[in-house]
Design a protein around this ligand. Structure first.
Ligand SMILES: [Zn+2]
Length: 308
């Protein structure tokens, strides 16, 4: 029997459909009972809040981040799909309306907006004099003490919408607070006895961290999307030479061009110092967490600051 090409393709597609169905059926049969649908859906703006919130909820609550893995949250813009996600959410968790400016916009676009919690509320934040509207420096999660202050905000917002599960939220919050306290103690100890207290990082993310651990920070640029001009690069080279720095820090979601230039000019090298603003697509499928990234940051800082 000979078949025309169109018919052959039709047969191939038909077979593929049958096979896929059979394989799927076999696969489903092998799976344990399907997970029940999430009891609640929480939307967080970007990565560290997703991790902190996930730590506070049970397995029956779904926590998502609007900013996807591999994307840097500064100047990120939502899509129409994100309006639907927010409309369907039971709670929205973010840092500050003057950083994730898309959150008030999304909430305004939804007829019945879910409750939303600004986890930096009541904190004394640094204001950045950039653009028409002054923005705040949002990077509080990089200071484990300020991160600890975010936890009760998220916990209380969860208890508000889900009071029957209060005990669990309180217990898990204590666990997260203890982990943040341990991280803080580790950084404090790790940064004792260092030859230098000065470092150059990629975009201006480590201000609160530097303040907490008595370090002096120079950032290559204020905003991750806006690289430095030649004058700024020259100033950074002079700065590095003045302080005998040999390590320039880079970050995974920002191009390392300027850091490479400065490192080369001073005869030094680059190392990552990750502001944990989003996992890369690789991190997202690995077991990297805020805590493992922060510990890696400490290791690399100890190299650059020559800590004994
Ligand atoms: Zn940032």
């Amino acid at each position: 029997m000979t078949l025309t090409r169109t018919k052959r393709i039709g047969v191939v597609i038909g077979l593929a459909v049958v096979l896929t169905t059979l394989v799927s059926a076999a696969f489903v049969a092998l799976l344990p009972e399907q997970e029940p649908p999430a009891r609640l859906s929480i939307i967080t703006s970007f990565y560290p809040l997703q991790e902190f919130t996930t730590r506070l909820v049970g397995t029956d609550v779904r926590v998502q981040a609007l900013v996807p893995p591999g994307v840097e949250p500064h100047d990120w813009e939502p899509s129409p799909g994100d309006v639907l996600s927010v409309a369907a959410a039971d709670l929205v968790v973010y840092i500050h309306a003057r950083f994730e400016t898309f959150i008030p916009e999304l909430l305004a676009a939804v007829p019945e907006a879910p409750p939303a919690v600004a986890t930096s509320e009541g904190r004394d934040l640094v204001t950045l004099e950039t653009g028409e509207i002054p923005r705040i420096d949002p990077h509080i999660w990089l200071d484990p003490i300020m991160a600890q202050q975010q936890v009760p905000k998220i916990r209380d917002a969860l208890i508000q919408i889900d009071p029957d599960y209060e005990a669990g939220y309180r217990e898990r919050a204590e666990g997260l607070l203890a982990d943040l306290e341990a991280l803080h103690a580790e950084i404090l100890e790790g940064l004792k006895g260092c030859e230098f207290r000065t470092f150059i990082a990629s975009h201006a993310a480590f201000t609160y961290f530097a303040r907490r651990y008595n370090l002096t920070l120079e950032s290559i640029s204020l905003d991750p999307e806006v690289g430095p001009g030649p004058a700024r690069i020259r100033a950074l080279i002079d700065y590095a030479l003045t302080y005998n720095l040999t390590i320039i820090y880079t970050e995974p979601l920002v191009a390392a061009g300027a850091a490479d230039v400065v490192a080369e000019e001073i005869g030094g090298k680059t190392l990552p110092l990750d502001p944990v603003e989003g996992l890369t697509s690789i991190d997202a499928s690995s077991d990297r967490t805020y805590f493992s990234i922060m510990r890696n940051n400490l290791t690399n800082l100890r190299i650059g600051l020559r800590c004994s």
